[in-house]
Design a protein around this ligand. Sequence first.
Ligand code: IPE
Ligand code: IPE
Ligand code: MG
Length: 241
Amino acid sequence: MSNPAGVAAERIPRHIAIIMDGNGRWARERGLPRIEGHRRGSEAVRACTAACIKAGVSHLTLYAFSKENWQRPPDEVKALMNLLDRFLAERTTEIMKRNIRLHAIGHLDDLPANTRRRLDSVREKSAGNTALTLTLALSYGARTEITDAARAIARAVRDGDLDPDALSEETIASRLYTAGLPDPDLLIRTSGEMRVSNFLLWQISYAEIVVTAKLWPEFGEEDLFAAIREYAGRHRRYGGI
Ligand code: IPE
Ligand code: IPE
Ligand code: MG
């Protein structure tokens, strides 16, 4: 039985993580302001989310704003926060209609207070939805995430709640922002850059990586399906033979 992506249902990745890159280049190529690239990028999010549901992917995690992205010019940061706010305000109905559970990881306290409130409200409202868990990585940095986990573990040991000898990979995973989410099976990066830029460093240990030259604003359903087909054709060995 082949599904819309053209591969057998059992070869569909359960969790896809995407580094959505290339908004600025997309705009520059067209002589448009960078923010126009971000606006089109936020539309690509809608198409990609719908395509994941169609293909039967249950988890999609999108790198929307990194810890490092705060260093960009204040106008661009402000515009990105506004887009996030609008995304949350305008897409709630669609999120509910499509049965999407919205989730977020990162230093969410760094977000503007009104955006944070909106985010929490959509998360609460959609908590029982089951078609797709859509996780937005916001003010996210993987080294910060691992450092936060180390701090929490150190505290638990100090307080006598955790025996250092009992510490396992699961202990660490359960302290990461992604606790409860499966590890990504497929990591996609758009715009051709061959790097992970501090995204989900622990969780992508055995993810298959697909880098596409397509810039994020032009990444559509067919591109997602093509990445899924490439994934489905890979042989995941996990260190075996
Ligand atoms: C990705 O596009 C969006 C964010 C990082 C917020 P970029 O803005 O990084 O686009 P390029 O890399 O400059 O083309
Ligand atoms: C990674 O893209 C962060 C997001 C997609 C949100 P960047 O454009 O910020 O990463 P670098 O600068 O190319 O490493
Ligand atoms: Mg970039």
